[in-house]
Ligand binder design. Structure first.
Ligand SMILES: Cc1ncc(COP(=O)(O)O)c(C=O)c1O
Length: 388
């Protein structure tokens, strides 16, 4: 069979592949400690589930508007105003099948063949693939531990060409957990405005922050940057709703309209009754978000202390998300070799940094219970000590 050329240009998700392998080993009865999944281990809060059940019972089971239920679009616009200082109306918002799909819709709406999209590495692995699927050109800017894995304004400036259309900013970051300071965001915003390009700010981890660190949404820093900003966000991480597939894109009306047209011909609307769960998530008590954040904070400290006690690993302390990103270069192994050997010999699943454009690192998710963290760190320590 001759498949479309675009298929050979994209790589299947390594994260999903490793998570699937760990799951399959578990199903065979093997005692696997998995730190691979990018999802909270908590159940969706009860009041959110109840709102979706109620909507289902009330017959909210039909097609809806492609851009989302009007009440949810309004609730999102309100959230963006109160939480993020962004002056959007519902017409600036489209509800999508997860944060991932909001970014995909954006690439389809904005990127022409040959358009360049600047992506700092380490990056969330779907960004470059989505750009390629839109026939654009991902321009990867390498960062390292010396800048906290953050792109500097000078690096951004240097990467911009007449073909640059979009800059992808992700703070807090997957995979590093790093959070840009308000000053750093301000400096990047200036480069974006001066170059007259767009920025998409992926804020899906905005609620998962530690040690009093603040999240600043780049679009809130003035009218000039606001008009060039797209916000991608979703319900998966903050409200433990990964399987619900609920996210959104916010930005200038013309882009949102274009994304709605594309969505209208691909997925139509997001599951109607699920959207009522999202309304409850935004309008209900936020205590559940804080409780999960506090649990992540405890796990982060335990995992970080354990990693720092392993000679040969070097791990920066991140301020957000639920990942640690140790440098493994002293083991002499590249990330994929490291991950395969660790999984086969010690039954610990972690993600190779090569998937995120950083082959000297591995990503561990601490969105799992404390007992698994302790057991997994014992095994990881044994493995690393045997290598150095
Ligand atoms: C940085 C980042 N953006 C977007 C997403 C997409 O999340 P979802 O499509 O589940 O809402 C993820 C999920 O892992 C992520 O890590």
């Amino acid at each position: 069979m001759k498949l479309a050329a675009r298929v050979s240009q994209v790589t299947p998700s390594i994260t999903l592949a490793i998570a699937a392998k760990a799951k399959a080993m578990k199903a065979e009865g093997i005692d696997v400690c998995s730190f691979s999944a990018g999802e909270p281990d908590f159940d969706t809060p009860a009041h959110i589930k109840a709102a979706a059940v109620k909507a289902l019972d009330e017959g909210k089971t039909k097609y809806g508007a492609a851009a989302g239920e009007p009440k949810l679009r309004e609730a999102i616009a309100q959230k963006l105003k109160t939480d993020n200082g962004l002056d959007y109306k519902s017409e600036n918002v489209i509800v999508t099948n997860g944060g991932k799909h909001s970014l995909y819709n954006l690439m389809m709406a904005l990127i022409d063949p040959g358009d360049e999209v600047i992506i700092p590495a380490p990056y969330w692995l779907s960004y470059p693939e989505m750009v390629i699927l839109a026939a654009g050109k991902p321009v990867i800017v390498q960062t390292d531990a010396s800048t906290g894995y953050k792109i500097t304004p000078e690096q951004l400036q240097k990467a911009i060409t007449p073909k640059t259309k979009l800059f992808v900013l992700n703070s807090p970051s997957n995979p590093t957990g790093m959070v840009y300071t308000p000053e750093e965001i301000k400096a990047l915003a200036k480069v974006v405005v001066d170059a007259d390009i767009y920025v998409v700010s992926d804020e899906i981890y905005e609620k998962i922050l530690y040690d009093g660190v603040e999240h600043v949404s780049i679009g809130s820093l003035g009218q000039e940057i606001f008009s060039r900003t797209l916000i991608s966000n979703g319900f998966a991480k903050a409200y433990s709703m990964t399987g619900w597939r609920l996210g959104y894109l916010a930005g200038p009306v013309e882009i949102i309209k274009a994304a709605s047209t594309i969505q209208g011909h691909s997925t139509s609307n997001v599951c109607t009754f699920a959207q009522y769960g999202a309304i409850a998530a935004l309008e209900g008590s936020q205590v559940c978000v804080e409780e999960m954040r506090q649990a992540f904070a405890k796990r982060r400290q335990v995992m970080l202390d354990r990693l720092n006690a392993i000679p040969g690993l070097s791990t920066a302390k991140p301020d957000g998300a639920f990942y640690l990103f140790p440098d493994i270069s002293k083991t002499g192994l590249k990330s994929l070799e490291f991950c395969n050997a660790l999984l086969e010999a010690h039954q610990v699943a972690v993600i190779p940094g090569v998937a995120f454009g950083a082959d000297n690192n591995i990503r561990l998710s601490y969105a799992t219970d404390m007992a698994t963290i302790e057991k997994g760190m014992d095994r990881l320590e044994k493995f690393v000590r045997s290598r150095i």
